[in-house]
Design a protein around this ligand. Structure first.
Ligand SMILES: Cc1cc2nc3c(=O)[nH]c(=O)nc-3n(C[C@H](O)[C@H](O)[C@H](O)COP(=O)(O)O)c2cc1C
Length: 192
C-alpha cells in the first residue's frame, strides 16, 4: 500500500489550503493510499537553534514532536504539502518544521551518508494575489526542504485569488477538481 503523509500548513483550519488538500487526499484514498495528516500548528516543534548538535550524528538533539516526525517522513512514499502564502513564503509553523530538517541535510552533506530512497512529493499553494513570483519563492523553499529527504517535488499547483476562508469552495470549485487531478499525477508518476 502507498503511504502518504499530508502536511496542512495553514495557521487556520478549514480554509482554502485545507480545501484543496482534502480534495487531493480524497483522490488518493480512493486509489487505496494510506493517508495521514499532520498540522504543524498543533504540534510542539521548537525552532532550530543552530546548536549544530546534529553535526556529529545527523540526529537532532532537541526532543519534541519532531522526533516522531523524522521517522514518519522517512518511511512514507509521498509527502503532500498544502499551504497558503504568508509574505511570499510559508506560515511560520511550517517553516519552523522545515528548518528542523537541517539534521537530514547534515547526514548527506557533512557526514556523507547515502541518501534515503528517492521519493516524490507534491505542493499545493494558495494565495490571495495572482503573483507567480510569490509562489516561485515559496516553491523553492519547499523543494529545498524535500531535497533533504531525497524527495523530488514534481507536482505543484498555485491557486490564486483566494483570501476569505471559504473563497475557494465558493468561488473556485474548479481548483478542487484540479487538486484531485494533481494527486493522481503524483500517484501515477506521470512526471518521471
Ligand atoms: C500573515 C499573512 C500573510 C499573507 N501573505 C500573503 C502573500 O504574501 N501573498 C498572497 O498572495 N497572499 C498572502 N496572504 C493571504 C493568504 O495566502 C490567503 O488568505 C490564503 O487563501 C489563506 O489560506 P488558508 O485559508 O488555507 O489559510 C497572507 C495571509 C496572512 C494571514
Amino acid at each position: 500500500m502507498t503511504d502518504v503523509l499530508a502536511v496542512a500548513g495553514s495557521a487556520r483550519r478549514g480554509g482554502n489550503s485545507d480545501a484543496v488538500l482534502e480534495a487531493a487526499l480524497d483522490a488518493l484514498r480512493r486509489r487505496g493510499a494510506n493517508v495521514q495528516t499532520i498540522v504543524p500548528r498543533r504540534l510542539s516543534i521548537n525552532p532550530c537553534s543552530a546548536c549544530n548538535g546534529c553535526w556529529e550524528t545527523g540526529y537532532c538533539v532537541v526532543k519534541d514532536d519532531m522526533q516522531d516526525l523524522y521517522v514518519r517522513f522517512s518511511e512514507v512514499d509521498h509527502v503532500v504539502v498544502a499551504s497558503p502564502l504568508y509574505f511570499t513564503s510559508l506560515p511560520g509553523h511550517l517553516k519552523v518544521l522545515i528548518d528542523r530538517f537541517q539534521c537530514f541535510w547534515v547526514r548527506t552533506y557533512r557526514l556523507g551518508e547515502p541518501p534515503q530512497p528517492r521519493r516524490t512529493g507534491m505542493f499545493l499553494c494558495v494565495g490571495a494575489m495572482a503573483k507567480e513570483l510569490y509562489f516561485d519563492c515559496t516553491l523553492r523553499i519547499v523543494r529545498t526542504w524535500m531535497a533533504s529527504l531525497n524527495m523530488g517535488c514534481p507536482v505543484t499547483r498555485f491557486y490564486s485569488g483566494v483570501d476569505e476562508k471559504d473563497d475557494l469552495i465558493k468561488n473556485h470549485p474548479e481548483y478542487l477538481e484540479d487538486a484531485r487531478a494533481a494527486a493522481l499525477e503524483l500517484l501515477d508518476g506521470a512526471h518521471r
